[in-house]
Design a protein around this ligand. Structure first.
Ligand SMILES: Cc1cc2nc3c(=O)[nH]c(=O)nc-3n(C[C@H](O)[C@H](O)[C@H](O)COP(=O)(O)OP(=O)(O)OC[C@H]3O[C@@H](n4cnc5c(N)ncnc54)[C@H](O)[C@@H]3O)c2cc1C
Length: 583
């Protein structure tokens, strides 16, 4: 058994910021970080466009306007107390990143440059060209190593240790196996932080990396805890066609146009987006693109529209959005200096996740904190994004709540004894699970089952949804789960870097998460933010201004709800009371 005072699962922006915060503020505590990939290969490294903060370097911005934009963008579902923490802390965490060594791009006067982003009133996204995640993650991981945090890279967490303890049922650690050697270990800790990122791989077209399989969500659901607001899946408007990789919103921030087959900037044709045009929030922009395509105005009647930057000129393209140009060249054979890029919406971000309070403590169905268990980053739902996230607010969430989680974890474990665990049964159970998986000798390959799930999710729970499609989708998922349980084929028997074994376990996460997304979508009979029900096209505050909870009980997904925090109304009732969302 390996012991740490604090154990962090995930080495992306949220996990590494949290671990660093423990190491900085509580040097006497031991902090361990487990990641199934090398931490610098976490999806955070791919973040491009920026991180939002009302630094006021370009405009006369303030945190309350940032909060208002975020809450309006969320279609009023965000918890207002969480948004207050997010937006008030933003300037301070950016300066803090700079002190850690992050090289932000500069304005002419030498201050940190800021660019416009969809749904934000002012230019507030700080950036490092279009490689912002890369710049930040490197410094966090370097600093964590410098301060002595222990990193277990290429270890896969397969179970949570959740059992009776001195504070009722509590999280006491995790069970993980080394991808390199297949060695299984119990990691014991006074507190565990889940920071395992998103689940983009549930869908067939996604901007997410291969590791975004929702493992932390599944681990949490497996111990009977709820996931919150899972119906809210962000489809980013500009995935490069046909591969789906992201063309950053920074490209529209720098002035790109969206064009249909008639050559129109079609955003002007929709009343909801005619003022902000290409810089409308993502839910609206993605829906408009999907409508253009459905109504036959995709390019040559096909499944994509154009993103045009030619008018920006070569110099601006090369200095501000070099990576987007590189992607177009490499993956679509298009040089955006001379030709528009083909794009369509791609599954991008999870607004929902493991419910937490503002101190990152995980909440049960009764909204009470679970002892020893914390979550932060994309896998968590502290609910700053509600029904739709604004661009540049996710990196911010990871840094603000990652840092805060580290501080709270340090405080939390200070007077908490190391929990007692009998590790042997956990080791035997994990060993049996892995052996059983390796013994699967059915006829269905992992890739085929995964594809079937991804196609089902995209067809039945994509940008537009309705009752019948969702019910049919849920039935299909049942059939796919049966196929997984009874007909899976695992070929590879090796004990060194057996990627097939890992993918088989990840597929279980995708199935669980997919079913909870679909069930949550079925239960919300209204349209709000990214959740568009064709059978219930309006927002219904009287019945649905509340969070959805989806959890597994006796093998069935159940749903319930909890209230939304509206505390900013006390500061400015006119601004923060729900209104119709127009841009
Ligand atoms: C292409 C792209 C561009 C983006 N651009 C922006 C942007 O410009 N601005 C913005 O605000 N947001 C952006 N986002 C969103 C943002 O990058 C992510 O939401 C954020 O980085 C997530 O960070 P995280 O720390 O929560 O998770 P991740 O960075 O996804 O890290 C997850 C970690 O968990 C580990 N892990 C997962 N499962 C297990 C397991 N079973 N065992 C052990 N370890 C595990 C992984 O190894 C990894 O280290 C972008 C996202 C994408 C996909």
């Amino acid at each position: 058994m390996i012991d740490h005072d604090v154990l962090i699962i995930g080495g992306g922006l949220a996990g590494s910021r949290a671990a660093l915060s423990v190491a900085q503020n509580y040097p006497h505590l031991s902090v361990g970080l487990i990641s199934k990939v090398h931490p610098i290969r976490s999806h955070s490294v791919a973040a491009q466009g920026g991180i939002a903060a009302s630094l006021k370097n370009v405009d006369n911005d303030d945190w309350l306007t940032h909060a208002f934009d975020t809450i309006k963008g969320s279609d009023y579902l965000a918890d207002q107390n969480s948004v207050q923490v997010l937006t008030q802390s933003a300037p301070e965490v950016i300066i803090d990143l700079e002190h850690l060594g992050v090289l932000f791009s500069r304005a002419e006067d030498g201050k940190i440059a800021q660019r416009p982003f969809g749904g934000h009133t002012y230019s507030r996204a700080c950036y490092a060209a279009d490689k912002t995640g890369h710049a930040i993650l490197h410094e966090l991981v370097m600093n964590l190593r410098r301060l002595g945090g222990t990193i277990y890279q290429e270890w896969y967490v397969m179970d949570l240790v959740y059992e009776d303890g001195t504070n009722g049922t509590e999280v006491k650690g995790v069970v993980a196996y080394s991808l390199e050697t297949s060695q299984i270990e119990v990691f014991r800790a006074k507190a565990v932080l889940m920071a395992t990122g998103g689940y983009g791989r549930v869908f067939n077209t996604t901007s997410n990396d291969l590791a975004s399989t929702g493992d932390g969500l599944c681990l949490t659901a497996n111990i009977g805890l709820p996931l919150q607001d899972m119906e809210f899946v962000q489809f980013h408007p500009t995935g490069l066609y046909p591969v789906g990789v992201l063309i950053s919103e920074a490209v529209r921030g720098e002035g790109a146009y969206l064009i249909n087959d008639l050559g129109d900037r079609f955003m002007a044709n929709y009343p909801i987006s005619k003022n902000r045009m290409e810089l409308s929030p993502r839910d609206i922009t993605s829906r408009n693109i999907a409508c253009e395509i459905m109504e036959g105005r995709g390019i040559n009647g096909g499944n994509y529209v154009y993103l045009d930057v030619r008018h920006l000129g070569r110099e601006k393209i090369l200095s501000r959005i070099p990576f987007a140009r590189e992607e177009g060249l490499r993956l679509a054979g298009v040089d955006c200096i001379d030709h528009p890029l083909p794009v369509r919406p791609t599954a991008h971000y999870s607004m929902g996740g493991i419910p937490t309070n503002i101190n990152c403590q995980v909440l049960g169905v009764d909204s009470q904190p679970i002892a020893g268990f914390f979550a932060a980053g994309e896998t968590a739902c502290v609910s700053v994004h509600g029904a739709n996230r604004l661009g540049a607010n996710s990196l911010l969430e990871c840094v603000v709540f990652g840092k805060r989680a580290g501080e709270k974890l340090g405080e939390y474990v200070s007077d908490r004894p190391m929990p007692k665990i009998v590790s042997r049964p956990y080791l035997i159970d994990a060993d049996t699970k892995l052996k059983r998986m390796l013994a699967k000798q059915g006829t269905s390959r992992i890739a085929d089952i995964r594809q079937q799930l991804q196609d089902t999710m995209t067809e039945h729970c994509g940008i537009f949804r309705d009752d019948q499609r969702l019910k049919d989708g849920l039935q299909k998922i049942q059939t796919i789960c049966d196929r997984y349980d009874h007909d899976l084929l695992v070929d590879d028997r090796s004990t060194v870097f057996n990627m097939e074994l890992m993918q088989a376990i990840e597929l279980r996460s995708l199935l669980t998460v997919g079913e909870i997304i679909m069930s949550s979508a079925l239960s919300r009979k209204e349209s709000r933010g990214a959740h568009s029900r064709e059978d219930y096209p309006s927002r219904d505050d009287a019945n649905y201004l509340k969070h959805t909870l989806g959890y597994v009980e006796n093998g069935q997904v159940k749903t319930s709800d909890r209230p939304v925090d509206m505390s900013l109304q006390n500061i400015d009732r006119d601004r923060f009371t729900p209104q119709e969302r127009k841009y």
